[in-house]
Design a protein around this ligand. Structure first.
Ligand code: BG6
Length: 487
């Protein structure tokens, strides 16, 4: 078993009440994540109570948990670890009601040594979230607890405000952890490290030196069985309001006064407060051909499976710098990048035809994949006679450090933080409400969806949106392959 540094895990044993325990997210991420955290010893003691609409018993839940580990756990499941994990599982069908849930939590707490804490995880569709919150209230499970909420946190400003008010009837704001798993990805946190642990880039991290920014998250996957959910949601609510704007805030925020939850949330919220409303004219909505034929989708659906937009942060650091965001399903490649384009030199003394500027501006690019990568591109001289310039790059790949095995999967990291009560990587009611507020014009008057063929980069009008600049993706020069020797 790995040696766990002190302070990594929560101080108290945890009872996890997992709503939606038989659902897709639980099977793919939450059960494998809890298994990993428990089996490496990050949690001093943990019992998990699955709750869902399915009328199954604890043995059937164990079977489901085992199959989800076999299918989705990236790590080997030893017999001893599985036996310990299986013994920590319990199950209560939702229909059994508040008293049965309370009894299961009491049993779990008695089985744990000393004082414990409760972590309620709501991995349920929006319509089931408030009933689950009320059930927890009725069962008397609010004390000593924290609650993790999955998006969407409303669908517009009014619904977000109403959801937050109803949540606050039962839980205090400091008990509520709104999860955005993009912020749990190692490279997202690395943006903070890169910016604030170094003196090199921060002096040029502003409108005087940065020309524009792209946050681009194309996905190759389609919707599978999620069409029904997605039809009500669309790419803007599913990906932009939650994930992409949160990443944007890390990229754009001022240095916080301390690396602590309140100062970091405050700086993120200041970015959101400075955002100008998203104008429909600055948005391209797309839908891949064939979407309307999918099960659960209206044959005349106007839901977007793709979105690209231009937005602005109107403060001293960023006024006038466009931020281009793009994401979509069934696109040509799966990538997650932030790309920062620096201004070009004011004057060039290089002869015509030398190639200077021919391949776009210098870029700093972050790859947000679990194994993070970074690249800084610049013009350099091509060897040989004369002065011919080529675009070169400095690249860093986490793969090469030999530490890739230490990476915590985003959900693992965030579950652990919620158990520790650390809110640094969670979003606040104020931040979410402000994002819905800047979205109002777009939600009220969305531009029409344009069709795009699967395996493409979206509708043609994405090029007009970004002109005179160009999308970084697809990359003209590929990332350097990781160095297998790790040196
Ligand atoms: C989810 C969205 O939150 O994030 C999905 O609902 C999307 O539509 C997913 O595919 C992307 O997450 P990741 O971690 O696979 O990049």
């Amino acid at each position: 078993m790995a040696k766990i540094p002190p302070g990594v895990g929560p101080r108290f044993p945890q009872v996890v009440v997992l709503f939606g325990a038989t659902g897709d997210l639980a099977r793919r991420k939450l059960l494998p994540g809890l298994f990993h955290l428990a089996s490496v010893g990050f949690i001093p003691g943990c019992r998990i109570i699955g709750v869902s609409l399915d009328d199954i018993d604890v043995e059937a839940f164990r079977t489901l948990a085992r199959s989800s580990l076999d299918e989705f756990s990236a790590r080997k499941v030893t017999d001893a670890d599985w036996a310990a994990f299986a013994a920590s599982l319990d199950y209560v069908p939702l229909g059994a009601g508040a008293a049965a849930l309370r009894a299961a939590v009491d049993r779990a707490e008695q089985a744990l040594p000393g004082e414990s804490r409760r972590l309620h995880y709501l991995s349920v569709p929006p319509s089931a979230a408030l009933p689950a919150v009320r059930l927890l209230g009725e069962a008397g499970l609010v004390e000593r607890s924290r609650i993790v909420m999955e998006k969407p946190f409303g669908t517009d400003l009014a619904s977000a405000v109403s959801l937050n008010t109803k949540l606050h009837d039962v839980f205090a704001e400091d008990q509520i952890f709104r999860i955005d798993h993009f912020l749990g990805k190692e490279p997202a946190q690395n943006i903070l490290a890169f910016r604030f642990a170094n003196g090199l880039f921060e002096p040029i991290w502003n409108r005087n030196f940065i020309d524009h920014v792209q946050i681009d998250v194309p996905e190759t996957l389609g919707l599978g069985k999620r069409s029904g959910f997605y039809e009500q949601t669309g790419a803007y609510r599913d990906m932009v309001v939650t994930h992409l704007f949160q990443i944007l805030a890390f990229m754009a925020m001022e240095p916080p006064t301390a690396l602590e939850p309140a100062p970091i949330s405050e700086e993120k919220n200041k970015v959101f407060r400075s955002m100008l409303p998203i104008l429909p004219a600055n948005v391209v909505r797309g839908q891949y051909t064939g979407y309307r034929d999918e099960e659960g989708v209206d044959p005349q659906s106007e839901t977007e499976t793709f979105i690209a937009l231009k937005c602005f942060i109107d403060n001293w650091r960023w006024a006038g710098v466009p931020f281009f965001l793009r994401t979509g399903k069934k696109m040509a490649e799966g990538q997650r990048i932030i790309s920062i384009a620096f201004r070009e030199p004011p004057k060039s003394m290089f002869p015509a035809g030398s190639g200077v500027g021919a391949q776009g501006p210098d870029h700093l690019t972050f790859d947000l994949a679990d194994a993070s990568k970074m690249s800084l591109s610049f013009y350099g001289k091509r060897p040989g006679p004369g002065m011919r310039l080529d675009k070169l790059s400095l690249q860093f790949a986490m793969h090469d450090t030999g530490l890739i095995g230490d990476v915590l999967e985003a959900y693992e990291r965030l579950i652990l933080d919620a158990m520790r009560g650390d809110r640094t990587l969670f979003t606040t009611a104020e931040g979410i409400e402000r994002l819905w507020e800047v979205s109002t014009q777009l939600l009220e008057a969305p531009p029409p969806v344009r069709l795009y063929p699967p395996n493409s980069w979206g509708p043609k009008s994405i090029h007009q949106l970004i002109a005179p600049h160009a999308w970084r993706l697809p990359f003209e020069r590929a990332w350097r392959a990781p160095n297998p020797a790790g040196n």
